[in-house]
Design a protein around this ligand. Structure first.
Ligand SMILES: NC(=O)c1ccc[n+]([C@@H]2O[C@H](COP(=O)([O-])OP(=O)(O)OC[C@H]3O[C@@H](n4cnc5c(N)ncnc54)[C@H](O)[C@@H]3O)[C@@H](O)[C@H]2O)c1
Length: 352
């Protein structure tokens, strides 16, 4: 498959790029290289003959049209996005621009490509989204593909809007569009502003481990490599016009998850002065509009495409902690570029 991946220097996109190259696909990675990108994430494939990179903004429609026309992809897989909910509270503008206008620009470039008659048969647009578009659940129930959209943060509202655009480009223009909505990912190469790396790095350094509110928010956790497998499977075999939920069947409260990480660190670092790492946990004020619970029902992708998560959250989290322990130079380099791993975002605008 000739795969154009946007956002391929980010956390999930880089996992897709690495796996696609391993699987023998030809990949064009299109990434603006924002603060969240890191070319180290794809260093292992950078010199591969089947890999190309373009530093470009998905909002630049003529550039997207040019790249698509020249590369002739079988699939445009759109992962490029602004993704940090806390940042979307401090500054929603970039989220509106990239997540909505950028998706529009890619959809239009794809539509023109299809109209030109030069697109391969089966050319499709795979839009990557999140379970956050469905809003917050009570103690029971799960999101299905038919759940209503009820986004609560600027991030999830922008993602929801882009999902709607993708749907409309199929219904109105007949573009072969697929959307996947996935739960929280974790794993190697996640930028150290997200919960899991924040916790691991704070614990390693003996700093407070911040937990929002009471730590009772529940998320469904999926190992990033399992998500990448699901995305490649959907790109190849997914049914046109469908949406698929992707999840890990691993609901945990934030507090449970943080304790799991602390236990791995206690086991691995028997001489650490910070043991038990759990003693570093500090409850901090909650995020405004913090959704209480997400749970994904992924029966459809399991039943129709035969995908299942392969790694349990306990094993995946252990591997993730070990990766951050063994790859300090990766996150030290991010800090070296001026990123403050201990700084909290998203407190700016509380509800009035
Ligand atoms: N991380 C999760 O838990 C999760 C869960 C479900 C869905 N998703 C979705 O998966 C996708 C990838 O998420 P991630 O966690 O890997 O994000 P990330 O923040 O790690 O990476 C995003 C990438 O997009 C690039 N990018 C941003 N704006 C761009 C622009 N205008 N043009 C080109 N490139 C641009 C960045 O440089 C970065 O490399 C997003 O669409 C996100 O909404 C993420």
């Amino acid at each position: 498959m000739r795969l154009m991946v946007t956002g391929g220097a980010g956390f999930i996109g880089s996992a897709v790029v690495r796996r696609a190259i391993d699987a023998g696909d030809t990949v064009l990675n299109v990434d603006k290289l924002t603060y969240a990108a890191n070319l180290d994430n794809i260093a292992s494939v950078a010199d591969h003959p089947n890999y190309q990179f373009s530093q470009s903004d998905i909002c630049d429609m003529p550039k997207m049209a040019q790249l698509i026309t020249e590369f002739k992809p079988d699939c445009v897989m759109n992962l490029a996005a602004e993704t940090h909910v806390d940042r979307s509270i401090d500054g929603p503008g970039a989220f509106i621009q990239t997540n909505i206008v950028g998706t529009y620009s890619l959809l239009e470039a794809s539509r023109e490509f299809r109209k030109s008659g030069n697109a391969p048969s089966g050319f499709r647009f795979h839009h990557i989204s999140t379970d956050e578009v469905f809003g917050s659940l009570g103690p029971t129930g799960e999101f299905t593909e038919d759940s209503p959209y009820q986004p609560n943060s600027p991030y999830s509202a922008a993602k929801a809007s882009s999902d709607m655009l993708a749907r409309a480009w199929r219904e109105t223009f007949g573009l072969d569009v697929i959307v996947t909505n996935c739960s929280n990912n974790y794993g190697p190469y996640q930028f150290p502003e997200k919960l899991i790396p924040v916790v691991i790095i704070a614990a390693l350094e003996g700093r407070d481990i911040p937990i929002y509110g009471k730590g009772d928010n529940i998320r469904d956790w999926l190992y990033v490599e399992d998500h990448a497998d699901a995305l490649l499977l959907v790109a190849r075999k997914g049914k046109s016009g469908e949406t698929y939920n992707v999840g890990g069947r691993a609901e945990r409260t934030n507090l449970e998850l943080v304790k799991m990480i602390c236990t791995v660190l206690d086991d691995e670092l028997s001489n650490s002065p910070h043991r038990p790492h759990e003693s570093l946990i500090k409850f901090v004020s909650d995020r405004p509009g913090h959704d209480h619970r997400y749970a994904i029902n992924c029966d459809k992708i399991e039943r129709e495409l035969g995908w299942q998560p392969s790694v349990s959250v306990e094993e995946g989290m252990r591997q993730t902690v070990l990766w951050y322990l063994n790859n300090k130079e990766w996150w030290e380099a991010i800090r070296g570029k001026g990123f403050d791993v201990a700084k909290r975002q998203g407190l700016g605008q509380q509800k009035s």
